[in-house]
Design a binder for this molecule. Structure first.
Ligand code: NAD
Length: 499
């Protein structure tokens, strides 16, 4: 069986210890590889390598750091097809979604190509008599990233794109469920001209995460994953004196106002709720039609659109979405559909027990539509993270603002309307971090920044953009005064001359 190894100081063949974790091919239901699970000793080695290379990298001028990012961008583009196939085979998302995953990460690399301007300091001349003040942003030193399975390319690039371009060394602990693309990303970074040890990948589970959180030489930790673990990571990392940002789960709502273009909404919803089998933290798994009439008209249009969705193996170019990531996750999604049914919701389209002909062992869940869901239901309150769309009917605009605002998660939300006033009012009042207006998945572009509110994010800095730079750097402020006149006598300063 193929072993997926760590990537330490530019080399593989570093697997230590006997523990491994199976990596599935979710489309076929077969185990395709084992990933090595690292321990504290392995992390210590990675940190020692990072310590050797980071100070010099931090002193490398920003133009040179940017040049590595430029070459990296080109290499990723040149390897897009191979990376997308590898990603799709371990995650289960279709090839187009896999390319989107890589592309959205690449956009942060593009932003990082501008690091000389992004990291520029501030200066005040004459802050006092003969006094100037300047501030600069210096790297933290060694940063670490702990990432989820659902975006194995984008989320690592969000983190190390910013961290490394700003002068840090970076240790990535990707999800053990789809670890191959993160390793390829690190190999390509070396090929782009980065020094060995600057970007390393250590695989592992809780044991490795704890070792990272406790390591005295790791100054900053960025985490993305489910909320309970995000909270744990945040608390443990902060207790160890680190800077920590920890993004968690989501349950994003799409508000549909009576004046919305329903054909457009249905088109957007089928992509946003079912694309990537719903395994996106910015998916739209809850739709909130405002008024009974809107609800009935929407439901009538949604049913045939959802029935027309094609589920297939991840390499099928005609499939709208592929399998979910593991057999346990399939069970979990189906359990939430059972729960909704027991709670009294109406299962309009039932994706449980779905089997794909010729791939009966794959981890497929059929598209599911659940109506008459209420805020009291557990299946509404918790994240399902599967191809399941829930309808929660709101009586009026006020109730539609209240639902996402009072939900425990506050990652993203969207409103569909032709009324500018309603949209503006909604965006200003809703208690959620990222808002789409007639945009179903409002993931901000790389020069803004990404972050939810409430239990969707712990810590106070967002991912990428200037927020990302802030997270991975610390401010140093220099106040300087150069008194007039030079020393005389034997202390006189003489300008050296040639020869
Ligand atoms: P997860 O929480 O299971 O795993 C995330 C990381 O934590 C992985 O690297 C994993 O190895 C590690 N981990 C797992 N168990 C751990 C433990 N007990 N202690 C310490 N570390 C542990 O998340 P996942 O299933 O890989 O990803 C899906 C989740 O991520 C969803 O909840 C989704 O909403 C969320 N997500 C959030 C965002 C965001 O930006 N808010 C983006 C993508 C995904």
């Amino acid at each position: 069986m193929r072993i997926i190894d760590h990537f330490i100081s530019g080399g593989t063949g570093t697997a230590t210890g006997a523990r491994t974790h199976q990596v599935w091919n979710p489309s076929t239901g077969e185990v395709q590889a084992q990933v090595a699970l690292g321990d504290k000793a392995l992390l210590d080695r990675a940190v020692e390598n990072a310590k050797k290379v980071q100070p010099q990298w931090a002193q490398t001028n920003p133009q040179r750091r940017a040049r590595v990012m430029f070459r990296y961008k080109e290499l990723i583009e040149a390897n897009m097809e191979e990376l997308a196939r590898l990603l799709s085979s371990e995650h289960g998302k279709v090839i187009d979604d896999a390319k989107g995953d890589i592309q959205r990460g690449l956009e942060v690399i593009e932003y990082a190509c501008g690091i000389p301007a992004v990291q520029m300091g501030q200066y005040t001349g004459g802050a006092g008599p003969g006094i100037d003040v300047y501030s600069m942003r210096q790297p933290l030193g060694i940063g670490a990233g702990i990432t989820p399975f659902n975006f194995p390319a984008m989320i690592p690039m969000w983190m190390f794109g910013m961290a490394i371009s700003a002068g840090n060394a970076f240790i990535l602990k990707p999800s053990e469920r789809d670890p191959s693309v993160p390793v390829r990303l690190a190999e390509l970074f070396l090929e782009a001209g980065a020094p060995e040890g600057l970007l390393q990948v250590v695989h592992g589970d809780k044991e490795m995460v704890d070792a990272i959180l406790d390591h005295p030489d790791i100054a900053g930790v960025s985490f993305v994953g489910s909320s309970d673990i995000a909270h744990y990571v945040y608390q443990r990392g902060v207790a160890a004196g680190k800077r920590v940002q920890a993004m968690g789960g989501a349950k994003n709502h799409g508000i549909v106002m009576p004046d919305a273009d329903l054909d457009q909404v249905v088109n957007d919803l089928t992509g946003a709720a079912f694309g990537s089998a719903g395994e996106r933290c910015m998916a739209l798994p809850v739709v909130v039609p405002v008024g009974e009439d809107t609800a009935e008209r929407l439901r009538e249009k949604l049913i045939p659109a959802i029935r027309a969705l094609r589920v297939g193996v991840s390499s099928d170019p005609d499939a709208h979405y592929g399998p979910v990531v593991t057999p346990e996750h399939k069970q979990r999604v189906e359990h939430w559909i059972d729960t909704a049914e027991q709670e009294g919701a109406e299962i309009v389209i039932d994706g449980r027990g779905f089997s794909l002909q010729g791939h009966e062992n794959g981890f497929y869940v059929g598209p599911t539509l659940i109506d008459r869901v209420t805020p009291q239901m557990k299946s509404y309150q918790e994240e399902i993270f599967g191809p399941v769309l829930q309808i929660v009917r709101a009586n009026d605009f006020e109730e539609a603002v209240r639902l996402p605002s009072e939900h425990q998660y506050g990652n993203g939300v969207a409103i569909f309307t032709r009324n500018g006033h309603a949209a503006r009012e909604f965006a200003a009042r809703v208690n959620v971090g990222m808002v789409g207006i007639n945009v179903p998945i409002p993931v901000p572009v790389s020069y803004h920044s990404f972050g939810g509110w409430k239990r969707s994010a712990f810590g106070d800095t967002n991912q990428y953009g200037t927020e990302g730079l802030k997270f991975w750097t610390k401010v140093k402020t220099v106040t300087q005064r150069w008194p007039d006149g030079s020393p005389t006598g034997e202390n006189a300063f003489v300008i050296p001359t040639m020869g």
